[in-house]
Write a protein that binds this ligand. Structure first.
Ligand SMILES: [Zn+2]
Length: 486
């Protein structure tokens, strides 16, 4: 029993010692911890400081991230606004499908209420459009506009050029009133090529058919052309623009030389005036169409002396050219051509098209085939390199190749012009509208809206523009009575 009692005693002792040891160790730990606390524990303070820096850096980072996100959102919003504005402009010019496609390209358009509403309203506008009656598309044309009637119309009694100016030219206020009035009556400019749909048969032969142009009810389509945009020498000092230029905005504009010799740049002819009008009223033009410009070549084009006849290779320059060359001893044909090309490119980029008016302003019905061939080649050499190939010929003097209807395939001049790539032919017939589709070509009659026409309608001697405007309202008070003789 003693042995057992000793063992128990020793066990209890061991247990007590272990307890004391554990207790001592615990107290020691607490003391060390307390010591460290009172000593201020450098590591921990450093940690605190580093933490504060990190927090500062993090908030800087977050702020710049937020800034970036804000910029991103603003950019997205401005792209969205720009796209909507662009779509509205396309829709205003009746290109509803392009407008809708543009809106559908905006990210998240499916859940964007405003865009969805815009798309539905454009779809409704598109679906309300009706096909234009292609039989009733009128084609009007102008020459260069008179800037200063006092210079253009002086001396009617003794200056044949002044009489011509009065008969064939429209003044700027007359032109502006006409385009405004036609716009108010629902007229919309279309490209002459918008009228044609080319269908190719199984043998690859093209055939021309009237295209389908859809416009809102009450709108009417018309084609506009401008003849002789060359600024011939005979226009000098009669109050017309002198040449076309490219403005600072990259758009075509004009140079005008005042009576005192000072030069002005601005809207002094059909192109910049019509451009400004369409800019303000995009619904005046079908899909951005402008007019078609008919050019001869013998005095150059657009006011630039681009024709190789100025090089005097044959020594038979006419008086106008001799005088001009005397006044421009530094004439450089390549420079003239480069200037004209710059303007032609700007015109094309702006929606304008070009046509031949024959190189020498010839009467196509009267001249021989040989003369027509020589003339056509001169146009090819001197005008085509600047404006590019064209398929339209706007006959000078309005004289056509043959009677209305299908051209006679046996007509050698017709066949030659077809071989040369012409397939759209325009005369002057003063019908309200007249378009003819041949198998693979189109003919269209045109109406002159010039001084004589406006004057005769204004005094009640003719009535053939009242579908377009009121001639009495349009007639320029600075225009003298217009002689009727041609
Ligand atoms: Zn002409």
């Amino acid at each position: 029993m003693d042995k057992t009692g000793k063992k128990r005693k020793s066990y209890r002792l061991k247990k007590s010692v272990r307890f004391v040891c554990i207790l001592t160790a615990g107290i020691a730990c607490v003391l060390v911890w307390a010591f460290l606390q009172t000593k201020g524990c450098g590591g921990k303070t450093e940690g605190k400081m580093a933490g504060a820096g990190r927090t500062f850096l993090l908030s800087k980072e977050a702020e710049s991230q937020r800034e970036g996100q804000r910029e991103e959102l603003e950019k997205e919003a401005s792209i969205r606004q720009e796209t909507i504005a662009q779509a509205k402009r396309l829709a205003a010019s009746y290109d509803y499908d392009a407008a809708i496609t543009l809106l559908r390209a905006i990210e998240g358009y499916e859940s964007d209420g405003e865009i969805q509403e815009e798309i539905s309203s454009l779809e409704a506008e598109r679906d309300a459009c009706v096909p234009v009656n292609m039989e009733e598309v009128t084609h009007v044309f102008y020459h260069s506009l008179v800037v200063d009637p006092n210079r253009a119309f002086a001396n009617q009694d003794r200056d044949p050029q002044a009489v011509g100016n009065n008969q064939w030219m429209t003044t700027i206020p007359e032109f502006e009133k006409i385009i405004q009035e036609m716009y108010d009556r629902g007229y919309v400019i279309v490209s002459i090529h918008d009228l044609i749909e080319t269908v190719t048969d199984e043998n690859g032969n093209p055939s021309y058919q009237p295209a389908k142009i859809m416009l809102p009810p009450g709108k009417r389509a018309y084609v506009l052309s401008q003849d002789d945009l060359c600024y011939y020498h005979c226009y000098d000092n009669y109050g017309y623009a002198a040449r076309m230029l490219v403005g600072e905005d990259g758009k075509p504009t004009c140079e005008y030389i005042q009576a005192d010799g000072t030069h002005l740049n601005g809207p002094y002819d059909v192109v910049p005036l019509l451009d400004a009008f369409i800019e303000e009223h995009p619904d005046a033009s079908y899909r951005g169409a402008k007019g078609i410009i008919a050019l001869t070549g013998y005095n150059g084009i657009l006011g630039y002396r681009t024709d190789n006849s100025y090089l005097d290779i044959n020594g038979n320059l006419d008086e106008d050219k001799k005088k001009w060359l005397r006044e421009h001893p530094d004439f450089d044909i390549e420079q003239e051509r480069a200037g004209a090309k710059q303007v032609a490119d700007a015109l094309k980029a702006d929606g304008w098209e070009f046509a031949s008016h024959t190189w020498g302003h010839i009467r196509i019905g009267d001249v021989s085939l040989e003369r027509l061939m020589g003339d056509t080649q001169k146009w090819r050499e001197n005008v085509e390199p600047i404006v590019g190939p064209v398929d339209t010929i706007i006959f000078a003097h309005g004289q056509d190749l043959g009677e209305w209807g299908d051209y006679d395939e046996g007509n050698a001049k017709y066949r030659y012009l077809r071989e040369q790539g012409y397939s759209v032919f325009c005369n002057v017939d003063s019908n309200l509208y007249r378009t003819w589709f041949g198998k693979d070509y189109m003919r269209q009659g045109r109406r002159d809206l010039d001084g004589l026409r406006i004057y005769l309608n204004a005094i009640g001697e003719q009535d053939n523009v009242s579908d377009l405007f009121d001639a009495k309202e349009v007639l320029d008070p600075l225009r003298p009575p217009v002689p009727r003789n041609h």
